[in-house]
Design a protein around this ligand. Structure first.
Ligand SMILES: [Zn+2]
Length: 111
């Protein structure tokens, strides 16, 4: 299955919903849509590290306030050298690192 196919994206969205427990990662309210931290470009836009569950209002806030979004890890610089799995997301005031296996960790692994 292509990494850019609609079927793959549907599958990844289901995994994001499960990982983020149906909650918007920004405000904790009910999640309604999936946000791409570094956009939909590149070879693997629907990787778990690139996706966050959000609601409509927070999704608009993310795209409307890029400085705040980069600061909190809700957005990752598209042409930057640091990939999404190395940029923590602030969730409930704590930095969380996202991994390809669909898990999130409250602190960076040192291995
Ligand atoms: Zn929200």
């Amino acid at each position: 299955m292509s990494l850019k196919s609609a079927a793959h994206y549907r599958n990844q969205r289901d995994r994001v919903w499960a990982r983020d427990k149906g909650r918007c990662v920004v405000c904790g309210g009910p999640g309604t849509q999936v946000h791409h931290r570094r956009g939909r470009g590149g070879p693997d836009p629907h990787s778990m590290e690139n996706l966050l569950l959000v609601d409509d209002e927070c999704h608009r806030r993310i795209h409307g306030n890029p400085a705040w979004s980069y600061e909190n890890g809700y957005m990752v610089r598209r042409h930057g050298v640091i990939p999404p799995d190395r940029v923590p997301v602030l969730i409930n005031t704590l930095p969380v690192w996202l991994t390809p296996d669909g898990l999130s960790h409250p602190q960076k692994e040192t291995a």
